[in-house]
Design a protein around this ligand. Structure first.
Ligand code: GLU
Length: 474
């Protein structure tokens, strides 16, 4: 039996968990769940200026909101720097790395020369074979990896296929800076090795790093994990994802009112597919997930598709669960805390009763928040322009006629509907001409769930009082 799978998500805490990072985490998570393996979390916090505790907690919050968990404690890469230094020393002792005493000035000249000759900037190996006894005074050396100069480094990538790098194109990388700090490629290899990572799943922007890392693994005699480099996410126009087109932090999606389960479904389909299936539960995704299902070309982020998918999830979410989702959402959105403050137990019950009608029309929790506002509005209601127009265009007469009809009916959607229909038949009035003025005074707008459900949920006293308020507008 093969050993169990260990994946990892290794974000750099740059202030938030961006959407591409969310997808990478999801793929690592799904693959670990699918194989009954583990997903580890490593915070690549070596950039001390940007890696604040706030940035780290933004990432943890983003993952938690998305519903992605990890095994064990999050590992701090910075906290492992002495181990990275140790490995650099091992490479040095084995002759697989060397001290480089180039001054910043010499490196600048090397760069300028390459630029003038229009060739890629590469370290020229000045100290690779030079006797350290010639080291200049007062220059603190860096440690460079002695990269193979001939031949090829091959990555059998689980997504990109066989990727071949010519070793002559990969120069001697700095693994330890002159201040003793390890560099990214060394740290990643040492951490992935020590953490027992078997599968590295990450963005394709790390493909060249994968070649450099492979060389370091080999130099240490360590086995190279399986690699799967996922294509980038583009905007709907095929260009690099811009902020306008979705290059945002996960918390921005939360604030836009998307449900985490819809987000997981949507992110899964950004780059991964299972036949023509578009809508699937997270359990189903885990069952189907495989690295073979990840495509080689960039996917396109499409807000319209996300919104429609979210609407589907809203319609299919149980009423009680949706009430909870809305209440949990309100603290994170403008106007939400004020609304939350008005939702006491009876209001909450009303909200739940109105939910079947409300969720039919809502694509996001923002929509739900807006469309449920009429439940919590305080009398006399402020009518929007369209509602006012309806009242002005003969609405008052309709309401005057309806008031006694409604007052005498049993207060439930069914009886109210029967009473209004009977009234319409007896007077020859069109049902729409009765429903619209009612909607205007009961909700303050011209769109709402079915009007008999609105009457039912608001209750007799509140409904009749709102109608009377409306009559006073004339
Ligand atoms: N910290 C890197 C990033 O956020 C990822 C490194 C890796 O996955 O190997 O892009």
């Amino acid at each position: 039996m093969s050993s169990s799978v260990i994946t990892r998500f290794a974000p750099s805490p740059t202030g938030f968990l961006h959407i591409g990072g969310g997808r990478t985490a999801l793929f690592n998570w799904a693959y670990a769940k699918k194989t009954q393996g583990k997903m580890l979390l490593r915070i690549e916090d070596t950039d001390r200026e940007r890696s604040t505790p706030e940035a780290v907690s933004a990432i943890l919050d983003g993952l938690t909101w998305l519903g992605l968990d990890w095994d064990g404690e999050a590992v701090s890469q910075y906290g492992r720097a002495s181990r990275h230094r140790e490995v650099a020393e091992i490479l040095l002792a084995r002759g697989l790395a060397y001290r480089c005493y180039c001054t910043p000035e010499e490196l600048r000249q090397m760069r300028e020369k390459a630029e003038m000759e229009k060739r890629p900037v590469r370290y020229d190996g000045a100290w690779r074979d030079r006797d350290p006894a010639q080291a200049p005074q007062g220059v603190k050396p860096t440690i460079r990896f002695k990269a193979p100069q001939d031949g090829e480094t091959v990555i059998e990538d689980r997504v990109m296929g066989r990727v071949v790098f010519q070793n002559k194109d990969l120069d001697d990388l700095i693994i330890l800076r002159s201040d003793g700090n390890p560099t990214y490629n060394l740290s990643v290899v040492v951490d992935d090795h020590d953490m027992g990572v078997t599968h590295v799943i990450r963005g394709v922007d790390h493909l060249t790093n994968a070649a450099r890392q492979t060389q370091i693994y080999k130099a240490m005699g360590w086995s190279v994990p399986d690699m799967a480099h996922i294509p980038l996410i583009h905007g709907p126009d095929g260009a690099k994802l811009s902020k306008r087109h979705g290059a945002l932090g996960v918390e921005a999606y939360r604030a836009m009112g998307y449900l985490p389960e819809a987000m997981r479904n949507y992110l899964a389909r950004l780059g991964w597919s299972h036949g023509d299936d578009e809508i699937f539960s997270t359990e189903q995704m885990i069952e189907w997930f495989d690295l073979d299902g990840i495509g080689k070309s960039p996917s396109r982020f499409d807000f319209v598709k996300l919104e429609n998918l979210n609407g589907h999830y809203m319609r299919h979410t149980d009423d009680e669960q949706l009430v909870r989702a809305l209440l949990a959402f309100l603290p994170h959105v403008a106007g939400g805390p004020e609304m939350l403050a008005r939702i006491d137990a009876p209001m909450r019950a009303k909200l739940k009763r109105a939910m079947p009608g409300l969720k039919e029309r809502a694509k996001t929790l923002i929509d739900l928040m807006k469309s449920s506002q009429f439940l919590f509005a305080q009398r006399p209601l402020a009518l929007d322009d369209k509602a006012r127009q309806i009242i002005a265009d003969g609405g008052v007469a309709a309401l005057e006629a309806l008031l006694p009809v409604l007052s005498q009916a049993d207060w439930n959607a069914h009886s109210l509907e029967a009473a209004v229909k009977a009234h319409a038949e007896a007077t020859g009035a069109k049902l729409g001409k009765l429903a619209q003025p009612l909607r205007a005074v009961l909700t303050g707008t011209n769109t709402s769930p079915g009007i008999f459900d609105v009457l039912d949920v608001l209750g007799r006293d509140e409904s009749l009082s709102r109608i009377e308020d409306g009559l006073k507008l004339s």
